[in-house]
Write a protein that binds this ligand. Structure first.
Ligand code: ZN
Length: 343
């Protein structure tokens, strides 16, 4: 048996329970969880909004662990290996998988810790071997874990943005993904303006490399403020990690000519796009979803090389998972909250 935090009913705290250790199939491994990140998707899952897995369900989609057993068909991994998990259970055969865009797979069989397959809020988890990426020795468990979503999403979004040396970029939302985006934009040689509705994130944004911080809660006209900060020109690129009507609208109106708006975060909101402005200014609106499996290797390499700083600020044991979720729900948390499983 093993300890697991089980979502038994939407809107209720997770139940700490003893459940059976999963048995890996022939093409799977059994991981002993070492760290698992917590993010907004988990809050949505708890509330039954957006994703509705069949209950009871074990959440946790930022998983780092040690391989403890392998199925009969697994040859690439062995007990003792340190690995992280790519969450999208991709088919490997469709046009998107064959072009290394597994997050767009046409035959997705689920998402680890989100849909169909139990995740890392448990001492052990069974994972198909094709989902695993090895962790370099110098990367800590907690930092490796948050590669699975926070770093993955930021790296892919930056690639989608086509950010170039010397450009000005605005990052709206300096949570987990936004923090990494600020770091990456700085690494890419851009002038970085960070925006958040929580003024408590000003110092944090600076620590991550932002040149300027804008408290959007204090700005009645955010686009006007952002234009003023860019000499009236606007930014070459705006990356919206929030995706609310107000942020998308401000982002669109902060673009310079030929500017690119990248939508990372989303809500049920829409925003009006004036066709004339889009056409005559040659603007681009770009969507981005999580990332490719290969982006996990890029994330781990950046951490191993010391190019990215840790965004993990809070650690909780599995037994305190409900406190950890409450911490995130309360707002004001900086970077990432992680469950750690061993001293
Ligand atoms: Zn596929």
């Amino acid at each position: 048996m093993m300890k697991a935090a089980v979502l038994q009913q939407f809107g209720q705290p997770l139940a700490l329970a003893d459940v059976a250790v999963p048995t890996p199939a022939a093409d799977e491994v059994l991981l002993q969880t070492q760290a698992c990140g917590i993010d907004g998707t988990d809050l949505k899952l708890c509330a039954g909004f957006g994703y509705t897995p069949q209950l009871p369900f074990i959440m946790g989609h930022e998983i780092a662990g040690i391989v403890r057993a392998v199925g009969s068909g697994v040859t690439d991994f062995a007990p003792g290996d340190r690995v992280i998990v790519y969450n999208f259970l991709f088919c490997g055969r469709c046009v998107y998988c064959l072009t290394q865009r597994e997050q767009l797979c046409l035959n997705m069989r689920g998402v680890m810790g989100v849909l169909q397959r139990h995740g890392g809020y448990a001492e052990y988890v069974a994972v198909p071997a094709q989902q695993l990426v090895p962790i370099p020795p110098s990367v800590a468990w907690e930092d490796a874990a948050v590669c699975c979503d926070a770093l993955l999403t930021a790296i892919h979004a930056l690639e989608r943005s086509r950010l170039r040396l010397g450009e000005t970029v605005i990052v709206i939302g300096v949570g987990g993904v936004g923090s990494v985006l600020v770091q990456l934009a700085r690494l890419a040689g851009a002038q970085v303006i960070a925006v958040d509705h929580d003024a408590r994130r000003a110092d944090w944004a600076a620590e991550n490399g932002a040149h300027v911080f804008v408290d959007s809660s204090a700005e009645p006209d955010l686009a006007q403020k952002l234009r003023a900060l860019t000499d009236g020109l606007g930014a070459a690129c705006v990356i919206d990690v929030v995706g609310k009507q107000a942020t998308m609208h401000a982002a669109f109106n902060s673009l310079q000519r030929a500017g690119r708006l990248v939508i990372v975060g989303y809500t049920p909101d829409h925003f009006p796009v004036p066709g004339k402005q889009l056409a005559q200014n040659e603007l681009e609106i770009i969507g981005t979803r999580a990332g490719r499996r290969s982006d996990l290797s890029a994330a781990l390499n950046l951490l191993a090389a010391g190019q990215l700083k840790s965004i993990v600020r809070y650690r909780y044991p599995l037994a305190a998972v409900n406190e950890a979720l409450a911490h995130l729900r309360a707002g004001g948390a900086l970077g990432r909250i992680v469950l750690t499983y061993h001293a």
